[in-house]
Design a protein around this ligand. Structure first.
Ligand code: HEC
Length: 247
């Protein structure tokens, strides 16, 4: 093993000193949100929409809540909540909706700003703990899409996750690697997704596919953390088609 450089050691100790997020601390911060939002079992809409399963939810779509025009516009323009987006949104909802929609006059119905970045991270970690894990949601999505034979990409990836989905026609052997000891492997049936949680400081990770677990030659792609890559069509020696080929 290579020796750790002093800089890397420093970075590692800093990562430990300042935890990225803290659900317990977030619970206390949520008292601010609770003036308008309910979360947990039996939660109902109040001045703001219910925040259960908000990670992966298309913005402005909780049933029975009357959203503002700006939020609806953002929703039609494809806003889907993940942890990072919620952190940015709650810092300044109006500014966020204006930036997202490109509409300088967009209004925000949520009149609350959380200035402190650490508190934002913590409260979003708390809110996210009421969202189903990405893997479960992806499995549910693939179950529901299995009926019409189409595979839609998982949209509920957490900011620190990296996932790969088998959007091919038969089972293959997959690997996801977010650095350190985060590598996971599994054989995935068509439509199934495999996710791992990336190492704290990783910016990119690696997804790979092989014909079976015994094959050494397959395809690999480096993709940003926070992304679900779809393997569309398998062809060995790195000639597979991936969703990021098309974008
Ligand atoms: C003063 C009331 C109020 C407070 C306090 C408040 N919100 Fe909101 N929130 C709203 C309203 C109203 C909306 C709907 C916004 C719209 O339609 O433009 C909303 C929307 C949201 C959404 C988007 C939900 C969706 O279904 O698209 C998220 C996420 C959110 N709030 C998170 C938070 C968090 C986290 C806090 C605490 C840090 C918080 N809010 C504090 C009123 C509030």
């Amino acid at each position: 093993m290579k020796k750790l450089t002093p800089l890397l050691l420093l970075a590692l100790s800093m990562a430990q000193a300042a935890p990225a997020q803290d659900i317990e601390a977030g619970k206390a911060v949520f008292k601010n949100c609770a003036a308008c939002h309910r979360i947990g079992e039996g939660a109902k809409n109040a001045a703001g929409p219910v925040l259960n399963n908000v990670i992966g939810r298309a913005a402005g779509t909780f049933e029975g809540f009357k959203y503002g025009k700006g939020m609806k516009e953002a929703s039609t323009k494809g806003l889907v909540w993940d942890a990072e987006k919620i952190e940015a949104y709650i810092a300044d909802p109006k500014k966020y909706l204006r930036a997202f929609t490109g509409n300088k006059r967009a209004k925000a119905k949520m009149r609350f700003k959380l200035k402190d970045a650490q508190k934002r991270r913590d409260v979003v970690a708390y809110v996210a703990s009421f969202s189903k894990p990405a893997a479960t949601q992806a499995a549910m999505a693939s179950e529901s899409t299995a009926h019409n034979g189409m595979v839609s990409a998982p949209t509920d990836i957490k900011a620190n996750q990296i996932c790969v989905q088998n959007a091919g026609k038969q089972p293959y052997f997959f690997a996801v690697d977010g650095g350190g000891d985060t590598r996971l492997t599994n054989t995935l049936a068509p439509g199934e997704t495999l996710c791992t949680t990336a190492m704290d400081m990783a910016k990119t990770g690696k997804v790979s596919v092989f014909e079976t677990a015994d094959h050494l030659e397959g395809c690999t792609r480096i993709i940003p953390i926070g992304r679900a890559e779809q393997m569309l069509k398998y062809a060995d020696f790195d000639r597979c088609r991936w969703s990021s080929n098309d974008s």
